[in-house]
Design a protein around this ligand. Structure first.
Ligand SMILES: Cc1cc2nc3c(=O)[nH]c(=O)nc-3n(C[C@H](O)[C@H](O)[C@H](O)COP(=O)(O)OP(=O)(O)OC[C@H]3O[C@@H](n4cnc5c(N)ncnc54)[C@H](O)[C@@H]3O)c2cc1C
Length: 464
């Protein structure tokens, strides 16, 4: 029998989870990470006692096995429970999000409320009249779900700014999972377990992934940082990966969380031309998070503020003080914000350099009415492969690559968000890793079935 000596590309949530699962099944993998840190997109960059969460990573899941894994990695008192309080900043009003019927009708003035409500009822009436097909584009979906007026007010500009695409050119796939419908219920004082809350590692998401990496190295798993994989060969039996420095490593299976198009591009023997051409169409959006600490305290009762309007370049703002106090030095009494700028690799923002970004942030601070003369600390974090782009061809293209790899390379396991080119949160990236490891052991598991449920995903189980 061939010895089990699998290789893992990437030490983000998917790669580390694959590592933990392999170890728990008695197999010792080797992990190679291109960057100098673990955690991937869910890392927590720091500068002294300042910490930045580059996503704003809410921890929620419907999957017990993921919750158990999270709990096993960090002690109980390192987890905090944070109420989810998001808002959309529209016409200088913070409109709480997910949208509530009551706020839509009252907060923005009677005329606006009435117009929104009549548009909304019209779209519902049309939906009810005919057995319509699933909307194909984001714009169709948005108008059908919210009515033209509220769609335009809250989502059209936001999607243009964050997805950098015309809503007519975006598929509606992810919208059902990510955007909650309007809540028309009367506000109630329900049971705390029904509240919209999420879990959070006290020192940011990377705290969890640092703990996972520590557990792996304590078990003897070699985890190499600064080890970018640049070539991948299969000789019919084993995989050999080549690192940036020319070193190589071989194993019986390969778990890859690197972007799927780069994986196909690196593969030897070279995949057929049409597969390479399909892979080349898979694209990503990048995000630049600029964490700004202001000496002055501004009372913003939300942890997340969306800024759809054209008066801001920023797409979304994190209010880190409402995530965890441990993201700022002890005793900090000012305002710690994370400005998220969505961009494409190589566009003006991505190549702007720190100075160029500085002036953009300054004008956003001014547009928000903040005094930017009293900056205490600034940190810039760039995440290049932040969002797999969902254009209308994505689903079909990914399936064709999947089928090609399955047929020709059954011991190659693409895992995680970019590894499978899917809009996965941490829990789904982790699940795809668990299912891939099960498959490696010959079990009938299918990682590609993870995160295919089209219903709303943004909630999960909360247990103490
Ligand atoms: C703005 C934003 C907000 C988010 N909010 C949430 C949230 O609220 N809740 C939530 O659960 N999730 C959230 N996510 C998603 C979460 O970050 C991802 O689901 C998770 O990080 C995916 O893990 P992964 O291991 O699949 O990929 P990644 O985190 O991308 O890790 C992949 C790793 O592979 C490495 N790698 C790539 N190429 C190579 C190579 N050639 N050689 C070696 N290593 C390589 C990378 O450096 C990286 O470390 C958010 C993401 C973003 C961008």
């Amino acid at each position: 029998m061939t010895p089990r000596n699998p290789l893992i590309i990437g030490a983000g949530p998917a790669g580390l989870t694959a590592g933990l699962e392999l170890v728990s099944r008695g197999v010792m993998p080797r992990i190679y990470e291109a960057s100098a840190h673990v955690g991937g997109l869910a890392r927590t960059p720091s500068d002294g006692a300042w910490r930045v969460d580059p996503g704003g990573h809410r921890f929620f899941t419907r999957h017990e096995e993921i919750m158990d894994l999270w709990k096993s990695l960090l002690p109980h008192d390192e987890w905090i429970v944070v109420p989810r309080r998001s808002a959309m900043l529209v016409d200088r009003h913070f409109v709480p999000y997910p949208l509530k019927g009551r706020d839509l009708l009252m907060q923005l003035g009677f005329g606006t409320g009435l117009r929104g409500a009549s548009n909304f009822m019209w779209s519902r009436f049309r939906r009810g009249l005919r057995a319509i097909d699933r909307p194909q584009t984001f714009r169709q979906w948005g108008i059908e779900e919210f009515g033209r007026h509220w769609y335009q007010m809250f989502f059209d500009g936001y999607v243009r700014k964050t997805w950098l695409a015309d809503p007519d050119h975006l598929s509606s796939d992810w919208a059902n999972q990510r955007i909650k419908p309007i809540d028309w219920r009367r506000p109630s004082r329900g049971h705390p377990a029904d509240q919209d809350v999420f879990r959070y590692p006290r020192c940011g998401p990377g705290q969890l992934w640092d703990a996972a990496a520590a557990a792996l190295t304590n078990s003897g798993v070699p985890l190499s940082l600064n080890s970018r994989i640049e070539a991948i060969r299969h000789d019919g039996q084993n995989w050999t990966i080549q690192l940036q420095d020319g070193n190589t490593a071989s194993g019986d299976a390969l778990f890859s969380s690197m972007p799927l198009q780069l994986l196909v591009h690196m593969l030897e023997p070279t995949p057929p031309k049409h597969i390479r051409a399909i892979a080349a169409t898979l694209r990503h959006r990048a995000v630049i998070t600029v964490a700004v600490a202001l000496k002055k305290h501004y009372d913003i009762p939300f942890n997340w503020v969306y800024t759809p309007g054209p008066e801001f370049r920023v797409g979304r703002i994190q209010n880190y003080g409402n995530w965890s106090e441990a993201l700022a030095p002890e005793g900090f009494t000012g305002t710690h914000l994370g400005f998220e700028y969505f961009t494409l690799p190589h566009d003006d923002l991505w190549v702007a350099g720190d100075e160029g970004l500085g002036s953009i942030v300054e004008s956003d601070l001014q547009a928000l009415g903040f005094d930017n003369s009293e900056l205490e600390h600034v940190m810039i974090v760039r995440s290049q492969h932040a969002y797999p782009i969902y254009d209308p061809g994505r689903e079909r293209n990914v399936v064709r690559i999947r089928d090609f790899l399955r047929l020709n390379h059954p011991t190659l396991h693409p895992i995680g968000r970019n590894g499978m080119h899917r809009y996965d949160n941490q829990d789904h990236a982790m699940l795809s890793a668990l299912h891939s490891v099960a498959r490696y052991f010959g079990e009938n598991a299918d990682p590609w079935q993870v995160n295919t449920d089209l219903g709303y995903h943004e909630s999960g189980i909360l247990r103490s």
